[in-house]
Design a protein around this ligand. Structure first.
Ligand code: FES
Length: 158
């Protein structure tokens, strides 16, 4: 029998490509930053923004800034950030900011902001602005929440 000389090298190339993709995917999913103590959305015990933004009691590790608090009025939400830091930033109550991954939990399409909910353009799933809960399928799981901190009138990804 002939040995196809190109088959082994093709397999090696495919295996290496798959491994590299898997490593990249894992790296993208791995949380960065060691301080994950910040409260999600609600500014915790203080109840309001620490005006100075320094010396707050919770972890000082902050991610990128997402928006000024004034840019997201109470009862609204907007898509902010870029790349992996892109989130749906929601302001459901006076002192509460929450953020969610914009990836639909059904099949991963990017959901869109509507006046009072998030809607997936692919198959029509709807999610609550306040907590990312499923309002209508086919998605069965809520949007994945991202932790945020609020300091000095700015919302940061934690
Ligand atoms: Fe969002 Fe299917 S991917 S509803």
């Amino acid at each position: 029998m002939d040995q196809p000389s190109s088959s082994p090298s093709r397999r090696v190339v495919i295996a290496l490509s798959s491994s590299a993709a898997a490593v990249a995917a894992l790296a993208a999913c791995t949380p960065t930053g060691s301080g994950e103590s910040s409260a999600a959305g609600t500014p915790g015990a203080g109840g309001s923004d620490p005006a100075a933004g320094t010396g707050s009691s919770a972890g000082s590790a902050r991610g990128p800034s997402l928006a000024k608090t004034a840019d997201v009025p109470v009862g609204s939400s907007k898509l902010v950030g870029t790349g992996n830091a892109q989130v749906l930033l929601s302001h459901p109550a006076e002192a509460t900011f929450r953020a969610f991954s914009p990836s639909c939990t059904h099949q991963g399409c990017t959901v869109e902001v509507r006046s009072d909910m998030f809607v997936c353009p692919c198959h029509g799933s709807e999610f609550a602005l306040a907590d990312g809960a499923v309002l209508q399928g086919p998605a069965t799981r809520p949007l994945i929440e991202r932790k945020v901190t609020v300091a000095g009138g700015t919302v940061y990804l934690a």
